[in-house]
Design a binder for this molecule. Structure first.
Ligand SMILES: [Ca+2]
Ligand SMILES: [Ca+2]
Length: 160
C-alpha cells in the first residue's frame, strides 16, 4: 500500500467514525449519549445504570458549553421539559464540584442556572434543571429522575 492510500484510508475511517455511535448511544451535539427517558433513578442508581450499559458508560460529562443546547433541546423535543441527572457532584467536599472523571466543573455562566448551586437542603448532585430551562442546578441526590449517560470517550465512535 502506498503511503498516500494509507493516509486516505485513515481519513475515511475518521469520517465514518464521526457519524456513528454504537447502540444504545445516539449522536447529539457531536458526542455519543444515552437518554434514559422513562427509566428514572436517584443519582447513584443512574450512575450505576450508565456503568452497566453495553459499552460501559458513565453519567454524561457536559464540560463543553456547545453541548448544553443540543442536549437540552433533545430532551425538550423527545421527552418534554424534565430534569436529568448529569455526571458531577460536590458530595466529597461541599462547594467543590467535580465530574465523574475527576475534572473540575466550571462555575457560573453559561452553565449554571441563576444563583445555583445553592446547596438548598443539602444538594450535591448535578442536573439539567427543568425549572432552570436546562441550565445546571445542584439537586438532592436521592431524587428519582431521568438521566443522561455517555459512551466512554475512547469508545465514543464506531466505524461500521
Ligand atoms: Ca452541595
Ligand atoms: Ca439548587
Amino acid at each position: 500500500m502506498t503511503r498516500i492510500a494509507c493516509v486516505l484510508m485513515v481519513a475515511v475511517a475518521g469520517l465514518s467514525a464521526a457519524s456513528a455511535c454504537h447502540s444504545p448511544y445516539k449522536r447529539v451535539g457531536g458526542g455519543c449519549f444515552y437518554f434514559s427517558g422513562n427509566i428514572k433513578r436517584n443519582w447513584f442508581g443512574a450512575r450505576d445504570y450508565c456503568k452497566s450499559l453495553e459499552q460501559g458508560g458513565s453519567l454524561a460529562i457536559v464540560d463543553d458549553c456547545s453541548l448544553m443546547r443540543p442536549l437540552w433541546n433533545h430532551i425538550l423535543f423527545t421527552y418534554g421539559k424534565s430534569s436529568h441527572w448529569l455526571g458531577a457532584s460536590d458530595m466529597h467536599h461541599e462547594g467543590s464540584w467535580t465530574w465523574v472523571d475527576g475534572s473540575p466543573v466550571a462555575m457560573g455562566m453559561p452553565f449554571w442556572s441563576f444563583n445555583e448551586p445553592n446547596n438548598d437542603g443539602q444538594e450535591h448532585c448535578l442536573e439539567f434543571w427543568s425549572a432552570g430551562n436546562g441550565y445546571f442546578n445542584d439537586g438532592q441526590c436521592s431524587r428519582v429522575e431521568s438521566f443522561i449517560c455517555q459512551a466512554p470517550r475512547s469508545k465514543n465512535s464506531w466505524s461500521r
